[in-house]
Design a protein around this ligand. Structure first.
Ligand SMILES: CC(C)(COP(=O)(O)OP(=O)(O)OC[C@H]1O[C@@H](n2cnc3c(N)ncnc32)[C@H](O)[C@@H]1OP(=O)(O)O)[C@@H](O)C(=O)NCCC(=O)NCCS
Length: 194
């Protein structure tokens, strides 16, 4: 089973994803807006993929983003810091395959993740932080329905200078108003080679 968007699907992380993630998360162009600072060892990526492939739960989950049409793994996204009592989550996303930036995959993956959060996890609020120097991300999140809520001044150090982190959030009622009160989440076929 995978979570189906319009153009991507979100599937479980597999151990075999480690090699791609190792490449992506050692690429400064990919990591400059992320909290990834140190060179990433292959062992760290293997460990991450191992954990990601077995440890999804309500309080934290990771998904691989695949192009629906081709099955190509292009990045990852996930729910972090889910508060069970507040039913609030922080989400994150990285499309590591740079050739696919600006093609709508990030927006679709985020929309699919948020749909999962509201429909399947019964969350009330989903938020993220994005640095002010990441216009592609900001545009993608606005398109999904995230609203600007404030900023963490000088919250991120990027390319030798401090930049603000923008706080963006979407509430369940805003999601319902934009997409309809019930959006059934599709079950895109997963890779059946395992
Ligand atoms: C941020 C990210 C997820 C966006 O994914 P994406 O697939 O490129 O996003 P989309 O194509 O859905 O939407 C981006 C939009 O911003 C536009 N855009 C991209 N770069 C832009 C720029 N420098 N200025 C203005 N608009 C820009 C794109 O053209 C697109 O708009 P369009 O559909 O109207 O053409 C992806 O670029 C990424 O993972 N980057 C590296 C890691 C990262 O920074 N993660 C986010 C941390 S918060």
């Amino acid at each position: 089973m995978a979570l189906a968007g319009e153009r991507v699907r979100l599937r479980a992380i597999e151990r075999s994803d480690a090699a791609r993630c190792y490449r992506w998360f050692n690429d400064r162009e990919v990591t400059e807006h992320l909290n990834v600072r140190y060179p990433m060892s292959y062992a760290t990526e293997e460990e991450w993929a191992e954990r990601g492939s077995t440890a999804n739960s309500y309080t934290g989950s990771q998904f691989a983003i695949e192009i629906a049409e081709t099955g190509e793994h292009i990045g990852n996204c996930g729910m972090h810091e889910v508060s069970v009592l507040d039913r609030v989550a922080v989400v994150g996303i990285a499309i590591g395959a740079k050739q696919h930036w600006g093609r709508g995959y990030g927006s679709d993956a985020m929309r699919t993740l948020v749909t999962f959060g509201f429909r399947d996890m019964n969350l009330r609020r989903i938020m993220l932080l994005v640095d002010e120097d990441q216009p592609g991300g900001i545009k993608a999140y606005e398109r999904v329905g995230f609203k600007h809520e404030g900023r963490e001044r000088a919250g991120h150090w990027s390319r030798g200078r401090a930049v603000d982190f923008l706080i963006m959030g979407i509430l369940r009622e805003e999601f319902d108003a934009k997409y309809g009160a019930f959006v059934p989440i599709g079950e895109g076929a997963g890779d059946d080679s395992h």
